[in-house]
Design a protein around this ligand. Structure first.
Ligand SMILES: *[C@@H]1O[C@H](CO)[C@@H](O)[C@H](O)[C@H]1NC(C)=O
Ligand SMILES: *[C@@H]1O[C@H](CO)[C@@H](O)[C@H](O)[C@H]1NC(C)=O
Length: 280
């Protein structure tokens, strides 16, 4: 039961609440006069400008200390992943039907285009088997080593433009991801094995023994070595007629060096697995 007294008190409360937003008697908005509000706004404006200025300044100073050519802060050199071209986990084709493998061939042809002799005119003829170190040169731009596309032999796409697909012995290209400063110890090479229980497929490697030559390491980064090309290894699955219509699981690893190839968490670190199914 509400008394009239209570109602009056209520009314007063409402009007004082209204006053707290805008009080017509004093001209205060939310308890402050216009000039007080203007001062506050001015203060925050100056304050935020100052913060923005500080941010811009520190960013600018930090950028000044960065070198475009050499990544400055780098903890230990990571290990590279292994990737294939065509970059697919499953490669199925019918050797009698070019439409069934033309996409694969196109990917490989596009990939190898930059390995053409004409595209590598600026490249150096390097000494095989030794790192091509250029740390003590004054030059910011480093030289790059030539990779001869024809060293991929029957998987180069130069002689057999179907990369072996037409003869039912497909080629797959492998390369390691670029890692700045990586110098693999030992002599890294690709070793692929078919994982099927009952049978094996012989595999050919190009260049010889599937080696990644040391001369392509270390890599100095995109800016210093704009035209750098990773070494490529091609593997050719020597499938016979009796191997057709059967899914072959192929696992390739980088071996012969300190590069990791058996990381439990990262199944692409130094290794890659793909499946191949041929028919005719
Ligand atoms: C390739 O790997 C297989 C299986 O791990 C091994 O038996 C074989 O000796 C390796 N081949 C080379 C040349 O390292
Ligand atoms: C492969 O292609 C040929 C020619 O187009 C066709 O006759 C044959 O049936 C195909 N084989 C399979 C397994 O699809």
């Amino acid at each position: 039961m509400a008394s009239t007294e209570d109602k009056a008190a209520n009314k007063e409360n409402v009007s004082s609440w209204k006053d707290s937003i805008y009080n017509p008697r004093t001209g205060e908005l939310m308890g402050r006069t216009a000039s007080s509000w203007a001062l506050i706004l001015l203060f925050y404006l100056v304050f935020y400008c100052f913060l923005a200025g500080m941010f811009a300044l520190t960013t600018w100073v930090m950028l000044l200390t960065l070198d475009d050519y050499v990544p400055r802060y780098r903890d230990r050199v990571p290990y590279p992943g292994l990737v294939i071209r065509p970059n697919l986990p499953y490669i199925a084709f019918n050797r009698s039907d070019p439409h069934k493998y033309s996409d694969y061939v196109k990917v490989m042809e596009d990939f190898l285009e930059k390995y053409n002799d004409g595209a590598q005119e600026q490249s150096e003829e390097c000494t095989q088997g030794v790192y091509f170190e250029q740390d003590n040169t004054e030059e910011m731009t480093k030289k790059v080593c030539r990779f001869r596309r024809d060293s991929l032999n029957s998987c180069s796409g130069l002689v057999d433009t179907t990369f072996g697909f037409a003869e039912g012995k497909p080629c797959i290209l492998l390369k390691m991801n670029r890692i700045i400063g990586l110098k693999p110890r030992g002599d890294p090479y690709i070793n692929c094995t078919t994982k099927n229980k009952d049978a094996q497929v012989p595999i050919m490697y190009y260049p010889g023994e599937g080696r990644f030559d040391k001369m392509y390491f270390p890599y100095y980064g995109k800016k210093a070595q704009e035209n750098y090309l990773q070494p490529v290894v091609a593997v050719k699955l020597m499938l016979l007629k009796e191997d057709y219509n059967k899914e072959w699981v192929v696992e390739c690893r980088v071996e012969g060096s300190d590069l990791r190839n058996n990381d439990e968490r990262d199944k692409y670190l130094g290794r890659v697995t793909f499946r191949v199914l041929a028919s005719e």
